[in-house]
Design a protein around this ligand. Structure first.
Ligand SMILES: [Fe+2]
Length: 221
């Protein structure tokens, strides 16, 4: 495992340390050194509030383990476990799997913007993260483009260029941009599709689990 310095929040030392450990354990699942390196670069610059945030700002729509301090990281870790299963089913190459793991780990890094000033989810966080990720180095433009697109369109039919929930009139251009974002998201590559499905499936309220932790159900005799 390599040396990794994330931006930490001094007020939550235990929560941040555990979140960083979980993400690093998952980055290490990437076999391609260049993709692993790209993923490390981005996580070393992620806003430190990423490490302690809950998965949903309202706490309403996610399973219990996604709530509270570090809930977003737990959601991402679960989504990574699921994306590996979709990749297995679809017979991904190692390179495709590495791209999918990188994208699923990075998909919510800009959930509340590049700088997390607001407590609320920004509904255009796919495209925000896609633009932010451009600055990190990956010497394979094809792989970099695939990671960035899988992050950009991870919300499927809920992918937006501009948040559609503001109480104001939208310009024709904004409406056209939102429409083309959705149309493109609904024509995913298979890596993009795996990322969309893993994020969706792992965040359903009734799908409570954590990778590596099994639940024992005792039946009545
Ligand atoms: Fe997500």
């Amino acid at each position: 495992m390599r040396e990794f310095q994330a931006k930490e929040l001094p007020e939550f030392p235990e929560a941040t340390t555990e979140s960083i450990r979980l993400i690093q354990e998952n980055i290490e699942r990437i076999v391609s050194e260049d993709i692993k390196d790209f993923t490390y670069q981005a996580f070393s610059e992620v806003d430190p509030r990423f490490w302690v945030a809950p998965a949903s700002s309202t706490g309403k729509y996610h399973p219990a383990e996604d709530n509270g301090e570090g809930g977003l990281v737990r959601h991402v870790v679960k989504a990574e476990a699921v994306v590996e299963q979709f990749a297995r089913r679809d017979g991904f190459t190692q390179r495709e799997l590495d791209i999918a793991i990188s994208a699923i780990l990075l998909h919510d890094t800009c959930k509340n913007g590049v700088v997390w000033e607001s407590k609320n989810t920004d509904y255009s966080h796919g495209i925000i993260a896609a633009k932010w990720l451009e600055k990190f180095e990956l010497n394979d433009p094809g792989a970099k483009g695939e990671i960035i697109n899988a992050v950009r369109y991870h919300m499927g039919q809920w992918s937006y260029a501009v948040s559609p929930y503001e109480d104001r009139p939208y310009s024709k251009q904004e409406m056209a941009n939102n429409l083309s974002e959705v149309i493109r998201a609904l024509h995913p590559s298979r890596v993009e599709r795996a990322v969309q499905d893993a994020d969706y499936w792992s965040s359903r309220q009734s799908m409570s689990f954590f990778p590596g932790v099994s639940v024992e159900i005792h039946h009545d005799l």
